[in-house]
Design a protein around this ligand. Structure first.
Ligand code: FPP
Ligand code: MG
Length: 328
């Protein structure tokens, strides 16, 4: 769990989000195989950044009896959307591990993982129809559409050294920022914030979403496997050229050198030495620095927007999330 500044009762609410997720993913068929799949999904718990942000944004409105509980239910649905998307993403990436654990596709096979992701989505649909307002349901439907669109556009850029930074930013807006926008927006709207504050929260969500994905992409070059539970270099080996690579490709002197090197990677022949050479070139061309500066800019924009909202204790929690993400 992330540090969130000890905001009153948030921990209780996060526990309630967990309880709703367990309820929503409960296997009603008692099929041992399905049960094992669902247990794997539930056990692969993440940091729950999205429910946390939703709950924190939800402290900004006047609230009413029952609104806290609804926020927990919406937090569970949003985290489940994220979980379903990762189950499918791991199939596409052929990823053996996530968060230090075996992925659903590696443990149960790709076919089962496709159905498992769909199964989670079907549960989300059911509980959104049962619990959410039509506005929240429609927003989340549109968000999943954006996520799919972002992933499809990213796929069309695969192994393409002509991909622009603007293509990349559009892709991460769809695949990641859109769900953060919905998260913050729903938190604010469901707690009764005014229209203006809801819009401000949407913008905050957008900046946090960009920051989150830029950080994730940077960690693919600089992380250690132990901390994040993910291997390094997988993005560009899979043909996903993220900002450190794109910035280096646009370098007037060394861009063409990286292009040549990536062609060898594309052919599947890359030694540890070559990967190290690529990393060195990225560092030399400020690919890492440039990505960090962009992360800082998004964190600063989010903080500035937060400062325009009425002062609430929960703001401390959002600042803590920003500090965590910005600090890698
Ligand atoms: C991880 O990104 C993946 C996403 C942020 C979104 C994936 C979205 C979909 C598969 C479409 C939506 C599908 C459903 C079922 C809602 P990454 O690959 O950059 O991060 P990683 O390093 O954690 O794999
Ligand atoms: Mg992935």
């Amino acid at each position: 769990m992330l540090y969130y500044g000890n905001i009153e009762e948030i921990e209780n609410d996060i526990e309630r989000v967990d309880a709703y997720m367990a309820e929503y993913l409960h296997d009603t068929s008692r099929n041992p195989m399905l049960n094992a799949v669902l247990e794997t999904i539930i056990a692969t718990k993440g940091k729950k950044v999205r429910p946390l942000l939703l709950l924190l944004a939800g402290r900004f409105g006047p609230q009413w009896p029952g609104s806290r509980d609804r926020l927990c239910k919406m937090g569970a649905c949003i985290e489940m959307i994220h979980m379903a998307s990762l189950i499918h993403d791991d199939i596409v990436d052929d990823a053996p591990m996530r968060r230090g654990r075996e992925t659903v596709q590696s443990r149960f096979g790709k076919d089962m993982a496709v159905y498992a992701g769909d199964y989670v989505m079907s549960r989300i649909l059911y509980y959104l129809f049962r619990e959410a307002t039509p506005e929240t349901g429609m927003l989340l439907a549109k968000t999943v559409e954006s996520m799919c669109y972002g992933e499809m556009c990213q796929l069309t850029c695969n192994f393409n050294t002509e991909t622009t930074k603007s293509d990349y930013l559009n892709n991460i807006y769809g695949k990641t920022a859109s769900l953060f926008i919905a998260t913050c927006r729903i938190g604010a709207a469901e707690s009764g914030c005014g229209v203006q504050s809801v819009e401000v929260f949407s913008e905050i969500g957008k900046h946090i979403g960009y920051l989150f994905q830029l950080r994730d992409d940077l960690l693919n070059f600089v992380s250690n496997v132990k901390r994040e539970g993910k291997p390094v270099f997988t993005d560009f080996l899979n043909g996903t050229y993220t900002l450190p690579i794109l910035h280096t490709l646009s370098h007037p002197q060394h861009g063409s050198r990286l292009k040549e090197m990536l062609q060898t990677v594309g052919l599947g022949g890359s030694s540890t030495f070559e990967l190290e050479e690529i990393r060195k070139l990225i560092i030399q061309c400020q690919g890492i620095e440039f990505t960090r500066s962009m992360m800082k800019a998004h964190a600063a924009d989010a903080r500035e927007l937060l400062a325009t909202l009425p002062r609430k204790q929960a703001a401390r929690g959002i600042y803590a999330v920003l500090d965590y993400l910005e600090g890698e």
